[in-house]
Every structure is written in C-alpha cells, then in structure tokens.
Design a protein around this ligand. Structure first.
Ligand code: C2E
Ligand code: MG
Ligand code: MG
Length: 521
C-alpha cells in the first residue's frame, strides 16, 4: 500500500534485522515475497535455537523508518530441527513451513517448532478432505504432463495429464494420497470435471499455438465412469473446448471397469462413438478377468510400471510384459509401457514389440509451461533407433570376466563378418542385449558376480531367440554337464579352445536368419 520503493526498503531492512540477530556463520536468505529462511548450523540444542529465534522476534519490535513513513512489523516464525524432524533439506523446509502456517493461524508474531502433531493434524483424513473440498476454489490444483513416445518413430505422440495438488501447508500432496480421498468423499466428480476441462483446454491451446499435435490422456476414476451421463459430460467438454475428439484418450483401470460391469460396455461404446479412445491403466494389477478385453472398445493396454521395472534384466517381469504384448497384438490393441526409467529397458521393450513408452527416462511429468517447451523441440529418442533386428543372425555376444579371452576371441572371429559384442560383467551384457537383437550368446561359467549358468538361464527367458553356448575352463566339465539341461545350451566348448572348432561351431549356430522379431516393421 505504500509503494514498491518502500516495500523494497522494508524487505532490506528486515533482512538486516535478521542478519544482526544471528551469527556470522549462519545463513539468511529471502525465499519468497515476504518469507525468509534462516539456517542455524552447529547449535548445541533446541534451547539454543529458541534463544536465537527470540532474538529474531525481538529484532522486529522497534519501528521502521522508511523514507519518513513509520511502519510496524512482526515476524511469524516456524522451525524444524535436523536430525530430529527430518534428514533432507526439502522435508525440513516443508516442516518449518507447516510450523509457520500454524504460527500464523494462531495470530502470528511468535515462533513455533514443527511437531509431529502439527503434521498429523494437517495430514489427517478429515483435514485433507476439508482442504481438498476447497482446492479448486483456492486455485491449488494444477496439471502436469508427461510425454508418451512411439517406439517405432521415436516421436512424442501423446501426453498423460497428471493432477497435482499444492496444499497450503503440506506442499505438494501426491495424487496417490489424495485421489482415494477424493473418490471416497465424492469430490472426484467435481475434481474430475476440472481435470477434463483443464487438460482439454490446454491441449487445444497448444494445438492452436502451432505446437505438434499430440493426444492427451486423462485418468478417469471408477466413480466418474459410474456417472450415468459421463458420455454427455465428455461430449460437452469437447464442444466447449473445441478439441478434436480424436485427441482425447481416457485411462481407466481394470477395477473401474469391473465396478461398473453392467454399464461399462454402454458407456465405453458411447465414448467410442464420440471418437474418444479408451485405454486400460495399470494393466496386470487388477482383476484377472480378461474377457472384457474382447467385448469392450479398448484402444491400448498400459502395462503397470511394476512389471516394467528392470524389464531388460528381470526374467519374471520380461515374461509378463512379453505375454501382454503378444496377447495385445492378437487382440489388435496397442501396448504402452509406463514407468520406463532406463534406456536399456526402453530398448528391450522396443525389441519385444512394445508400441509406446512413458517414463522418467524420457521425461518426468512437467508443469504446463515446461511441457510446452519440451513439445516445441523436435524429439527423437536417442539411441533407441540402433536396434537392428535384421542383423540378429550376424550378431553374437561374448561374456567373460577375462579381458584377454575377449580380445583373442574377437581377433579369431575378425574376418567372419559378425557384429561382435563383448562384456566382462552380466549387467553390461544385459544392457548390450537389450539394444542389439542377438543370435548367439557365449558365456564363461565361472565369474565373480553371477555364474554363467545363472546368466544363461536369464538369457533364455529374456532373449529366447538367441542360441546359448558355454566356453568354460576344462575343470568345469562337471558343472557343464549338470547345467546343460537347466540352461538349454546349444553347445559347450572348453578353454583353451581349438580355433577351427570354435569358428565352425559359431558358423553352424548362426547360419540361419532368425524368425522375424515381434516388433520388426
Ligand atoms: P497412473 O495413471 O498410472 O500414472 C502414472 C504414474 O506413474 C504417475 O504418478 C507418474 O508420475 C508416475 N511415473 C511416470 N513415469 C515414472 C517412472 O519412470 N518411474 C516411476 N517410479 N513413476 C513414474 P502420479 O502422477 O503420482 O499419479 C499417480 C496416480 O494417481 C496415477 O497413476 C493415477 O492413477 C492417479 N491420478 C493422477 N492424476 C489423476 C487425475 O487427474 N484423475 C484421476 N482419477 N486419477 C489421477
Ligand atoms: Mg494413468
Ligand atoms: Mg498407470
């Protein structure tokens, strides 16, 4: 009310007052419009901290003289303690903020320590539910967007709209925490409407601004699907926002469909008639009834991220994911892998014929402005283009912890025209195998990290197209014999090897081109 010049002086003067109340070695920073953070290091105990906070409070008692204006100010303080309250900076700041809000609520001009009670109160069900009821009106909700990438072209073809709630005291609350509350309290209906409206408006605005046109996926909860007029509502939102219908996709969980068993078909058919796509979210974690997949108009399956985690190394996850991919292929559905965190998992999924990926490896969910900037750059996913299915019958991988062995094998096979991959550790081998479709895997038996038997066993499940060969020390004969059945190896040879025999054995194994891979275009 007194103008910017006086406001600036007030802030500088306040900063100075705080600085004189603390030691040289402490840190004072301004972190928001009228918020300061103070870091007090190496204090003896909590009492010592309270003394300093009293000094800071006292520093504000005298009047400010600002360009002739007399102003009175008070400080409201909240604090948290390391290591008592938390161990990381982010949580400590958040907790101090919770304590600060509590100070303000009780009139301000005081200081208060964070306590578990304060947090528990703010985070308790009734409080959360009450706060959530006002979240839209208080402008606390926002959408983040995470890209969906087509594995064949390497291009961004869609985005998932993910809801974020910025709670005044608790900071960002995870949707995993508040969506269930929204569902149980019925608030999800109004929140869901807000989400649809916001996501469609945003998508249309980006398209009008000339950004690449991508589909937006919006998560629909079971309760929303249960609304009798959900189809009308979505048609209305599409009309209002003028978003072309084929750019909206809805993500529904299996359990939402089961909960709406009688009406789900009608509703999804209505959406299909509108030109809106539906995909099944978190596929594999819900009910195991699969008959609905044949009966309902479903566009894609999103394989739950628990199955995607380390899929290029974990035979169990690979088996489930591969089975879903092949089932989806036969049913004419697309497969989206969510939660892809590493390049080798993405490459492996591409090799297995997965259509689309989404995950931290490509991008975290981003606030709208950041996502627009992301969309504006041309995207080609680095590295993933390298997988070359046609070369598989010319590609072999050799795993041996002895570099000399690797070197002499490469020398021996140099003129054979193979694409030779070498690794000294299983982990490295799995990464290479994820990126290069391979016809033959040759492994040593005795290695420090993982035995050759275990390694080949996993290869058999992860890369069933590849033949397996053991190249072991002569004294491992017995281990070889017992492992032949377990691993299903093609051949075994002993070290030191006979050059001629080894060359022939490899030629023999790699003579035929492999059957086409799932994903081969
Ligand atoms: P979801 O629909 O399965 O969304 C994917 C979740 O995985 C998101 O969590 C996303 O941030 C996270 N994620 C993406 N990539 C990775 C990754 O590489 N690694 C890991 N560990 N996580 C990844 P988020 O945003 O916390 O959302 C959680 C869930 O909350 C969503 O799961 C969805 O079921 C629900 N949700 C979010 N927004 C809405 C909404 O607007 N409406 C409804 N009804 N539910 C929503
Ligand atoms: Mg989803
Ligand atoms: Mg999901």
């Amino acid at each position: 009310t007194l103008g910017h010049a006086i406001g600036d002086r007030l802030l500088r003067n306040s900063a100075e007052r705080i600085r004189t109340a603390v030691r040289e070695t402490d840190t004072v920073a301004r972190i928001g419009s009228d918020q300061f953070a103070v870091l007090l290091e190496n204090l003896a105990d909590i009492e010592a901290a309270e003394l300093v906070l009293d000094k800071i409070s006292d520093a504000f008692t005298s009047e400010y003289d600002l360009l002739g204006q007399e102003v009175h100010c008070t400080a409201s303080i909240g604090f948290s303690d390391f290591p008592r309250d938390a161990h990381d900076a982010e949580t400590l700041v958040r907790y101090a903020d919770i304590a600060l809000q509590s100070t303000k609520q009780s009139g301000g001009d005081a200081s208060r320590a964070f306590s578990v009670d304060l947090h528990a109160k703010a985070a308790s069900r009734p409080h959360l539910e009450q706060a959530l009821a006002g979240a839209i009106a208080h402008d606390e909700l926002s959408m983040h967007y995470q890209p969906r990438i087509d594995l064949r072209s390497g291009r961004v073809i869609g985005m998932e709209a993910l809801l974020r709630w910025n709670h005044p005291e608790l900071g960002l609350v995870s949707p995993a925490e508040f969506i269930p509350i929204a569902e149980e309290s019925g608030l999800i209906i109004s929140i869901g409407e807000w989400v649809l409206q916001t996501a469609c408006t945003q998508t249309q605005a980006w398209q009008r601004a000339g950004l690449p046109k991508v589909t937006v996926s919006v998560n629909l909860s079971a309760l929303q699907l249960a609304q009798y007029d959900i189809g009308d509502h979505i048609a209305q939102v599409l009309d209002d926002t003028e978003l072309p219908h084929n750019y909206l996709e809805l993500e529904i969980t299996e359990s939402a469909i089961i909960h709406n068993a009688e009406s789900a078909a009608d509703k999804l058919n209505r959406l299909r008639d509108l030109g809106v796509r539906c995909s099944i979210d978190d596929f594999g974690t819900g009910y195991s009834s699969l008959s609905y997949l044949r009966q309902l108009p479903i566009h894609a399956l999103k394989v739950d991220r628990s199955f995607i985690h380390k899929v290029s190394q974990d035979p169990g996850n690979a088996a489930i994911t591969t089975a879903v991919i092949s089932m989806a292929r036969d049913l004419g559905l697309r497969v989206v892998a969510e939660g892809v965190e590493t390049e080798e998992d993405a490459a492996y999924l591409k090799q297995r014929g997965c259509d689309e990926v989404q995950g931290y490896f490509f991008s975290r969910p981003l606030p709208a402005d950041d996502f627009a900037a992301y969309l504006a750059q041309p995207h080609n996913t680095p590295g993933l283009g390298e997988i070359d299915g046609d070369q598989a019958h010319r590609t072999l991988l050799i795993l041996d912890d002895d570099n000399n062995v690797l070197r002499s094998l490469v020398r021996l096979l140099r003129n054979e025209g193979y694409n030779i991959l070498t690794a000294t550790e299983p982990e490295q081998a799995f990464k290479l195998l994820a990126r290069h479709r391979t016809g033959l895997i040759i492994s040593d038996l005795r290695m420090p990290r993982m035995s050759g038997v275990e390694f080949l066993k996993r290869c058999r499940q992860l890369h069933p197209q590849a033949a397996r060969m053991i190249l072991s020390g002569a004294d491992d004969r017995e281990a070889v014999m017992t492992s032949i059945n377990e691993v299903g190896i093609e051949k075994y040879l002993t070290k030191p090897w006979d050059d001629e025999k080894l060359r022939d054995a490899i030629r023999e194994t790699l003579k035929e081109p492999l059957a086409p891979q799932f994903g081969a275009a």
